[in-house]
Design a protein around this ligand. Sequence first.
Ligand code: B1M
Length: 211
Amino acid sequence: MSLLMEISENLQKGRAKVVKELVQKAIDEGMDANTILEEGLLHGMGIIGGKFKNNEVYVPDVLIAARAMNTGTEVLKPLMVSSGVKAKGKVILGTVKGDLHDIGKNLVRMMMEGKGLEVIDLGVDVPAEKFVEAAIENNADIIACSALLTTTMTEMKNIVEKVKASSIGDKVKIMIGGAPVTDNFRASIGADVYTADAASAAEEALAICLA
Ligand code: B1M
């Protein structure tokens, strides 16, 4: 079995320690960080996602796979994040209220940090008010929100309304993303930017900060 398949298989079984060792092995063998992420870690998470949907695995299985995923991406972090450069802009990031999914958000953070942006990560289940307060306190350029549930993506509308009604309404840009989110949805709630994946979120965020 290839090393990438071993990473995927062990992630699916939730073996965080083994995943960590295998990701390190892949790095030591000179494998590119993006290949390890896409073809090892995300491949495994994709399979778990499909099984979860079909009721072949349940929440505890998905939780331990998610923990293994986060452990694996932490090992990749130094390769994806440049250090010692002055921040090119400031981003307030979080998963919206009612939503506990953080793997995509964590990838967005890593990719943005990799572009030299300072990211203030508010975590998961973040109320709209907290996004606004943090953006004002930190004089942020961007508020970036992630949602994975059709029931929580509607919270993004609330965030847009609260931002527009605040003192930073004209200054801060609102970026949104997550599996159920689309560009049509973005337009319908008046957010500024939608991107489908973490890498393009980082590119768009950098473009906003350099504009
Ligand atoms: Co949840 N879950 N989950 N889950 N879970 C989904 C999302 C689901 C699609 C599974 C399914 O098939 N049924 C479904 C949602 C259905 C819907 O709303 N339409 C679902 C459900 C129903 C639930 C619960 C309600 C289950 C229950 O309790 N009965 C519950 C809700 C809890 C809550 O949040 N309140 C729940 C719980 C969980 C776990 C806790 C077990 C776990 C999360 C653990 C964690 O995150 N630490 C979990 C997981 C892991 C998943 C799946 C399997 C995988 C999600 C993931 O991490 N994908 C997911 C099924 C699936 O997506 N196939 C599922 C990998 C990640 C890299 O992708 O986050 O999409 P993603 O990020 C992508 C892009 O979306 C984008 O970039 C990333 C790629 O580069 N992106 C952005 C994300 N944020 C962005 C922000 C941006 C730009 C791009 O700009 C700011």
